[in-house]
Structures are given as C-alpha cells and as structure tokens.
Design a protein around this ligand. Structure first.
Ligand SMILES: [Zn+2]
Length: 227
C-alpha cells in the first residue's frame, strides 16, 4: 500500500509542488473541511503575516502554532479579493497585508486570558468573549493594513492591536485636531477603509484594522465556529 502511494506521488502528472494533505497542519485541515478557503489561493497578491503566529503581538507569544495561512469563508475571501483589486486599481504600488483572519476558538481563549488586568467589559472592546465567539471565529472577519509591494506597512498612527483611543476610528477627527494623529496617517487609514467598504466590509468603532464581512448574528446563523 505504501509502495503504491509512493508510486502515485512519483507519477503525479502535476507540474507544481506536491502538497499532500498529511503535510498540512491539522488546524488548516479542519478549516478546509468546514469549507474555509486560503485567501492566498483566491488572490495571490494579498500579503499575509499572521501576527498571532509570531511573537510580535500583544501576548508576546505564538498563539497559533502551525497555523500560518489566512483562511476565510469563501464569501469573505471573495470580498477581500474585490478590495484588493480596487486598491490596486487606485494605488498600483500598494497591497493588502493581512494580520489575522479565521481564528480558532482555542486561540480566542489565549487572547482573552492574556488581558487579565482589564475588567471583562473593557476587554471586550479588544478581544471578543470566547463564550460568545468572535466574528473571526466564524471566518467572517479580517484584520489588515495597507503595505507597499515589499510588505512595508503604511503609517496608520498605531501598530496593529494597539489598545487605546489612538486606534479608534470614531475618534479620528478629535485626534487630528489635537495633533495626536497626522493627516497622512488618516489618509492612509482612509485608503484601507475605502477599499474594504466598497467590497462590502464594515468597519468597527475601536480598531482601524478590523473589518467584518458579516454581522455576528448573520455569521452565527450561517456558519459554525472554527475550533
Ligand atoms: Zn479583528
């Protein structure tokens, strides 16, 4: 049997690299089984740097392990590809750079527990309660920025996952007036928001990088949480 499998791989007619399913991390296999798609396969020009799969995040730990690709529900991935296309039509030298997409619920607990000093109602501004589930857990939300072709992020005024007023889209006017954000930083955020909105995403109040393809209620009705 093993010989037969080997023979099949050796004789495979595909010219590209062979990526047999056993090489795929379990978490990715589970997502694919639930119908999610790798956004890079939908639009290879979208840049991906899953921050929770590195130590460069607010937890300071790799909470994703071998999950390094951005997965989304097909409807959300399609919208993201539309945003990417729009961005490149209007700014040929810019690309979308994805920081987070579908997030397993186990990772949601790690993020939730990483903010023990914030009371739960305050914590919910930044990390959804794992008991309720984040829209990320349904594969219907994406965190991202705009970068140059070389993956150099534009200046948005704060880093990804900056917890505070400086990251609130709802306070931008005030922050501009008080000199805490520059016009250039707001213009950069606007480039991202315009591309995402015209593709059907909605922005939220507290994070310039977060966009929903569906409301939590609709995501809950249509999809299962990724465990
Ligand atoms: Zn998010």
């Amino acid at each position: 049997m093993r010989f037969f499998t080997l023979l099949l791989i050796t004789l495979s007619p595909f010219s590209g690299p062979i990526s047999p399913s056993f090489a795929q991390p379990k978490v990715e296999q589970a997502m694919i089984k639930q119908g999610l798609v790798d956004v890079h396969k939908v639009d290879p020009t979208i840049l991906v740097d899953l921050k929770y799969s590195t130590t460069d995040n607010f937890v300071g730990k790799d909470v994703y392990g071998d999950l390094t690709r951005a997965y989304l529900q097909p409807m959300a991935a399609k919208k993201l590809a539309k945003a990417s296309k729009y961005l490149q039509v209007h700014h040929p030298n810019l690309r979308l750079l994805v920081y987070d997409a579908a997030r397993p619920r186990s990772a949601q607990w790690n993020l939730w527990n990483a903010l023990p000093n914030l009371p739960e109602n305050e914590r919910q501004k930044y990390v959804a309660d794992p008991r309720k589930g984040s829209i990320h857990n349904y594969g219907c939300a994406v965190d991202l920025t705009v970068a140059t072709k070389d993956a150099e992020p534009l200046d948005m005024g704060t880093k990804y996952d900056f917890f505070g007023e400086l990251a609130y889209p709802s306070r931008e006017e005030k922050l501009l007036k008080s000199g805490k954000l520059t016009q250039q930083q707001l213009d950069n955020r606007q480039i991202l928001r315009t591309a995402m909105r015209q593709a059907g995403f909605s922005a939220i109040e507290f994070e310039w990088w977060h966009f929903n393809a569906l409301s939590r209620e609709k995501a809950k009705m249509a999809f299962r949480i990724v465990d």
